[in-house]
Design a protein around this ligand. Structure first.
Ligand code: ATP
Ligand code: MG
Ligand code: MG
Length: 392
């Protein structure tokens, strides 16, 4: 057997950590770049000898170049990396990068991403750009165009809703509050999507162009953070198949191999709008570890290494994923929720090994599998009753 290629991952958080598990099983050497010697991903896998994981920012040119010099292929577990350096590294033939740095750059800017997808005919909520340092008048003009409410969004460096501010009314105070919250970042606005459900589909594509999607899931957010994910998406009018079709189509317009998380809104009339795409493993695919024949993490590695893609089929009739979010600096509620889950049949606990808990920080998750939806609901009820900050 030819030796496996060494994979370098930019980012060492929980997504990197969950990539290390199938890498170990498949004998894939991994090197992680992130600041800190003990990040979630670095804790689980010894670096391939004679190297050590790299300690530095995943935006630093020198660190990315050092990682590239030690690896055959680079990939990301976060999109907020240095896409320019990745592009140079690839052009100079120093290292392959998957997915394409061009795709990572496009996705980094949510406004450019929306323009691109909408130009390709993918349905999205109406949206419009705001000038740098927008005035109250600029926001008013946008609300005239898009109606109310609107979601003001930072174009870049957004995650877990931290770059979003909903605007319900156009009085000076509300506008000022929203703009102040978003700070001096470049902004755009989206018309409100009065969805009946949020939906997500994980799509994997290999370098040979083979595409597979997982069953769609229902994602339940509170304050813009994912709380619970239910698999598979139930509903009429072939909604699961239509969501998969739209997600595959959208990913088909992006370059590069790997797994992509496609977030969507299901509207009252049954139509589906695309919210955003992540060019990496995604929180709405965590259940695939226990609930599917091949996890999103394993399929990502298979895709970027030109190994045969694994089946995306569910192995159980019904599954859920519950995020364990920090409620304060105390680790006690996290441990309590995890320990409670150990008493529930079909529950699998994942703690990410983060040293500090903070409000709304993703500290771990629980996957629940069941033989029926009613069994799942019953088990979910027990789990959520132990959640630190109430139910979703
Ligand atoms: P992520 O952590 O998924 O990267 P993000 O910070 O990039 O999130 P978005 O996905 O843009 O943020 O929005 C977060 C959540 O806010 C969505 O899942 C949805 O619940 C809500 N939201 C976003 N855009 C709209 C919209 N146009 N209309 C209604 N709700 C919206
Ligand atoms: Mg996002
Ligand atoms: Mg999102």
């Amino acid at each position: 057997m030819a030796p496996r290629k060494t994979v370098g991952i930019l980012g060492g958080g929980q997504l990197g950590r969950m990539l290390t598990h199938p890498a170990a099983l498949l004998g894939i050497p991994l090197l992680i770049l992130d600041s800190g010697s003990h990040t979630p991903a670095k804790q689980t896998l010894l670096p391939p000898q004679p190297h050590s994981h790299l300690d530095g920012p995943f935006t630093s040119e020198s660190h990315i170049r050092e990682l590239a010099s030690k690896c055959d292929i680079l990939t990301v577990e976060i999109e907020h990396v240095n896409a320019d350096v990745l592009e140079s590294v690839e052009k100079e033939g120093l290292c392959e990068v998957q997915p394409s740095p061009k795709t990572i750059r496009l996705i980094q800017d949510k406004f450019r991403q929306k323009c691109y997808l909408s130009d390709k005919g993918i349905p999205v909520a109406p949206f419009a750009e705001l000038p740098i340092g927008p005035s109250e008048k600029d926001v008013l003009e946008i609300t005239e165009k898009l109606g109310l409410p609107i979601m003001l969004k930072a174009k870049t460096l957004a995650y877990d809703g931290r770059g979003n501010s909903p605007l319900q009314s156009t009085d000076s105070e509300s506008i000022k509050k929203s703009l102040d919250f978003l700070g001096d970042r470049p902004l755009y606005a989206e018309g409100w999507a009065p969805f009946v459900k949020e939906v997500a589909v994980m799509v994997v594509r290999n370098k040979e162009g083979q595409v597979k999607s997982y069953d769609a899931v229902e994602t339940i957010h509170r304050e813009s953070i994912l709380r619970v994910c239910l698999a598979p998406l139930r509903g009429e009018r072939g909604v699961n198949a239509r969501a998969r079709e739209l997600a595959e189509k959208a990913v088909g317009h992006l370059e590069g191999a790997g797994i992509f998380g496609v977030e969507m809104f299901l509207m009252e009339d049954g139509s589906i709008l695309l919210n955003e795409i992540a060019p990496r493993p995604h929180n709405s695919g965590h259940h695939t570890i226990e609930a599917c024949l091949t996890s999103q993490f394993e399929n990502h590695l298979r895709a970027i290494l030109s190994l045969p893609l694994g089946s995306t089929e569910l192995r159980v009739p019904s599954a859920a994923m519950i995020n364990i979010l920090g409620s304060s600096s105390s680790m006690d509620p996290i441990t309590a929720m995890a320990d409670n889950a150990l008493t529930v049949p079909g529950a699998s606990v994942h703690l990410y090994g983060k040293a500090e808990s903070r409000k709304a920080r993703k500290m771990g998750h629980i996957t629940l599998t069941a033989e029926s939806d009613s069994e799942l609901t019953e088990r979910l009820r027990i789990l959520l009753s132990a959640q630190p900050d109430a139910d979703p």
